[in-house]
Design a protein around this ligand. Structure first.
Ligand SMILES: Nc1nc2c(ncn2[C@@H]2O[C@H](COP(=O)(O)OP(=O)(O)OP(=O)(O)O)[C@@H](O)[C@H]2O)c(=O)[nH]1
Ligand SMILES: [Mg+2]
Length: 341
């Protein structure tokens, strides 16, 4: 009985990760797209429909593959072989929401041979390829509804700060499980260690290391841990996680001087981010890889995590070797998950 349910859940997770599941009304409330942009996109869409219909007999498997860089309300930017395409999704036409596609998705697209006013070639997305990982957001800790925000990232950089604001290990634990549940490798980064490292924080980091999790202690003004951080980020797709003010943007600017992320201010909905439906933005690293910031997202969802399998994410609690704060994390997260039926 127990086994069956688990098998079903695993299957569910697999389907979700592979993009087979639809998520039709996700992100509706977050469409900030300006009217003119939407209008423009509407025109593109109409042309796209016509063209796509003419060419629908072409074998989809022979189409080029690209990476979704950014998702707007009605179109998205897809990069392929160094070229950026403005794309609409064919599935949108049949009411399958464009939110079924997120930043990081890999897609097959059909070039339309049209260039827009900004010189971007236009294309229609014909297929979203299976995902290797998924990160979702939810509206609250107790939130049951989960919406995908990033696909195919390899790792999550969980940033906390020693002080200002002081680290809450319980929240680090929750982000850890959000990462592991979605198949992302977590890395814990304790920032602002120039403000005075203390024993209990040292012990916490070493406990995570004993569980096989990579940890870093960083400081931007004191230049600590930055080369290790660089090493970890280069060549990978990394999602940034962590509360406002812990220093995520400052760290990224320090390791990638070509980027100039806004720091020391509330970053929600500033600049170009306001047009995205997903609140996820990708920052490429010159030496390869990218970091993805999710400034509008308050809580990540715990995908595939249930009261039945939560213990798998707490091997230390299961083994009886966990410090009290890890046991408390386990209990708190357990309570936040829906009751077993
Ligand atoms: N002392 C100290 N201050 C830091 C360090 N890193 C960042 N800060 C400061 O912390 C404040 C917040 O940094 P941000 O990089 O904007 O923080 P963030 O995590 O990007 O915040 P949001 O974008 O709001 O999520 C800024 O005033 C930074 O100067 C550090 O290593 N040590
Ligand atoms: Mg920031």
């Amino acid at each position: 009985m127990k086994k069956n349910r688990k098998a079903r859940e695993n299957n569910f997770t697999r389907q979700y990760i592979s993009g087979e599941m639809e998520n039709s009304d996700a992100d509706k409330q977050e469409r900030f797209g300006s009217r003119s942009k939407d209008f423009e996109a509407g025109k593109i869409l109409k042309t796209a429909i016509l063209r796509a219909q003419e060419q629908s007999d072409v074998d989809i498997q022979s189409l080029p593959v690209g990476d979704v860089f950014q998702v707007y309300s009605l179109f998205s930017e897809v990069q392929s072989e160094g070229k950026l395409y403005q794309c609409v999704m064919r599935k949108t036409l049949s009411k399958r929401s464009e939110s079924a596609m997120v930043v990081g998705d890999r897609v097959r697209f059909r070039e339309l041979g049209i260039i827009d006013e900004q010189g971007k070639p236009q294309a229609v997305i014909e297929e979203v390829l299976p995902r290797t990982s998924i990160l979702t957001r939810t509206d609250s800790f107790k939130g049951v509804d989960q919406h995908p925000i990033v696909a195919n990232a390899q790792q999550m950089l969980i940033v906390a700060s020693l002080k200002e604001p002081a680290v809450k290990w319980g929240l680090v634990d929750r982000m850890l499980i959000a990462a592991q549940g979605g198949n992302l490798k977590p890395v814990i980064c304790l920032n602002k260690v120039d403000l005075g490292m203390d024993d209990s924080s040292e012990r916490a980091l070493s406990h995570y290391r004993s569980m096989g999790i990579t940890t870093l202690a960083t400081s931007v003004p004191a230049s600590l841990g930055l080369s290790e951080l660089r090493e970890i980020l280069i060549g990978k797709m990394t999602v940034l996680a962590g509360h406002s003010g812990v220093g995520k943007s400052t760290l990224i600017n320090a390791i990638e001087p070509t980027l100039d992320l806004a720091t020391g201010e509330i970053s929600n909905y500033t600049g170009k981010g306001r047009h995205t439906t997903t609140s996820a933005r990708r920052y490429p690293l010159v030496e390869g890889g990218a970091v993805i910031d999710t400034p509008g997202v308050k809580v990540f969802g715990l995908w595939g995590v249930t009261r039945e399998n939560l213990m798998e994410f707490f091997p230390d609690v299961e083994a009886g070797s966990a410090p009290h704060w890890r046991v408390e994390s386990f209990e708190r997260i357990n309570e936040s998950l829906p009751e077993l039926r």
